[in-house]
Design a protein around this ligand. Structure first.
Ligand code: GLP
Length: 252
């Protein structure tokens, strides 16, 4: 079911798989319209069903990644690329090595950089030099974070060195052997970097994201819920499954 909420197009799908299919449809339309574009990717469990559908479409010969550039939102810091919890590893494993993306065109903040400040600046420059992001995929944290822009007193403008909050550590430590092994920092595109993308595609799945989804659409626009900045963007599509939409669907 599709709703229009101000500048935001909202799709509510039955379940996680259907959410991924709808997300892949929106992505594929953009890819067909702009096969040489710059596409922003996200990690986390949420976009995996969309990535599976994109792989299926690629294998069916329906989509082509060969001329795009990719820019991922964020990466833990410090982390080795070969660590199976790095976002570098995640993207190759869950999408990039299954499609015809030229890995030389893949951009992910470098969790191995010796100077993280320099890496933040270099990453922002790379996005700019490429001409900006045409479509940015996003997930959302339970606390309303996007990328690793955590609740804060102000919206971070550019790619930045982020300190993860207790709630994010709580949510993500399950992927690591122990909490100690989870990096407590990250390099993340800023809210400004994300807002500069020409289109945004956000996926939200699961009952634990229902409150974040409600805040995103109906709460005050505040850096305490970083995703609320998206209400000021002119071209946002949000795809939710029923569980994530439970607090909003009667209000649309
Ligand atoms: C992670 C990532 C975000 C992601 C979010 C939700 O920490 N930095 O980009 O959107 O948290 O993750 P998940 O989809 O696994 O719930």
């Amino acid at each position: 079911m599709r709703y229009d909420f101000s500048n935001i197009k909202i799709f509510i799908e039955d379940d996680y798989t259907a959410m991924g299919k709808r997300g892949a449809e929106v992505f594929s339309e953009q890819l067909a319209a702009n096969p040489n574009g710059n596409y922003g990717f996200a990690t986390g469990s949420t976009p995996v069903s969309m990535y599976q559908e994109l792989i299926r479409r690629y294998q069916a010969g329906d989509i082509d990644f060969s001329n795009i550039n990719t820019f991922n939102l964020d990466e833990y810091y410090p982390i080795k690329k070969e660590n199976n919890q790095s976002y570098d590893y995640f993207m190759k494993e869950n999408l990039f090595r299954h499609v015809n993306l030229d890995l030389a065109r893949m951009n992910i903040p470098n969790g191995e950089a010796t100077d993280y400040q320099q890496e933040c600046e270099a990453y922002e420059e790379r996005i700019k030099a490429a001409g900006g992001i045409d479509l940015q995929i996003l997930g959302i944290g339970t606390n309303g974070h996007i990328g690793f822009n955590e609740p804060n007193a102000y919206f971070m403008e550019r790619t930045n060195y982020a300190t993860l909050t207790a709630s994010t550590i709580q949510s993500n430590k399950i992927y690591f052997a122990s909490e100690d092994e989870m990096p407590k920092h990250a390099i993340s595109m800023g809210i400004g970097s994300i807002m500069m993308a020409r289109k945004i595609l956000m996926l939200i799945s699961g009952a634990n994201k229902a409150e974040a989804a409600a805040q995103l659409l109906f709460g005050n626009i505040t850096p305490q819920v970083p995703a609320t900045a998206l209400r000021l963007h002119q071209d946002v599509t949000i795809v939710l499954d029923q569980d994530a939409a439970k607090l909003i669907k009667d209000r649309l």
